[in-house]
Design a protein around this ligand. Sequence first.
Ligand SMILES: Cc1ncc(COP(=O)(O)O)c(C=O)c1O
Length: 368
Amino acid sequence: MSYPLSVTPRTLMGPGPSSVHPRVLQAMALPCIGHLDPDFIGIMDRIQVMLREVMMTDNELTIPVSGTGSAGMEAALCNLIEPADRCVVCINGVFGNRMADVCGRYGGEVVEVTAPWGEPVDPADVQDALRGSKTKLVGIVHAETSTGVLQPLDEISRLTHEAGALLVVDCVTSLGGHPVKVDEWGIDACYSGTQKCLSIPPGLAPVSFSPAGVAAMDSRTTKVANWYLDMTMVRSYWGSDRTYHHTAPVNALYGFHEGLSLILEEGLEARWARHKANHELLVAGLAEMGLAMLPAPEYRLWSLNAVCIPDGVNDVAVRKRLLNEYNIEIGGGLGELKGKIWRIGLMGHSSTPNNVITLLGALKAILQ
Ligand SMILES: Cc1ncc(COP(=O)(O)O)c(C=O)c1O
């Protein structure tokens, strides 16, 4: 049997993936070459240069991990944690929970700092958790995709470093849509995913480690418990040694290269301004329809809009009609917010006034 492939194009306005620019798709269709071909090595070099610019860092160890955002999360944590290390993990949604789970699996002694879903984590609670025994790292989600909350990081970064700990930040849903200033904010390990505001198909996870993060890896007394994500080996593959570690996903990296080029052509500031403007357009339109947002205005993500579902409205039925009648994908709530919110993504190439207006019109027609 053979099954010719056919895919209905959608307007992707969910929690990811976001729509992909045709130039990225064209780049991914270029001929596959060997991953140690001199041409490909040039591509790997340019990727690292561009990624540092997008992550606003001079960190040498700044690379895309072969795997989705969760692989980036594991890479950040498994390289820093040794058994019995104390890890303070901030949890105000699904992805903080995932971080705590991963820390525990690598032998970390997890101390949870929680906040209600829909609210940011309070730095005073992090400060309390940092009292007592020596903490190895503080893990926190910058953009909590399950709740639409943007987490301010400056105060938490200061407290973390005062306690002599490392700051690990999940910027899966912020990188490329919101400012993510790795060096200025003192982030020691940062990870993201390609399929959100970078608007590149899923499959790669940009990561960056500060000199302190690298020093922590270099002074380990135990082996990293994950062979595939062990940065002491992976960095030799991406560095000047080019020691074979695994076969890089060649065509995915072509797409990554082109996606980063598009971001830098637009300019980071202009890209953040576009995300902010389209978020504001959406929120104003939703307010006119009587729909409220879950997070308070000062903590709202521009990239992921968490909208409260009005009483009496059937979550699944509305999303089904959006998809079937208008070809628009939005997301439902996760965990304790299932059935309570819609998650409307305005990420990367999907963040356009045209998409906002079309979605508002479709939602209005359905809700009426
Ligand atoms: C904040 C956050 N962290 C981690 C992940 C995991 O990424 P992936 O699904 O690409 O493995 C996601 C995915 O939605 C996310 O939104």
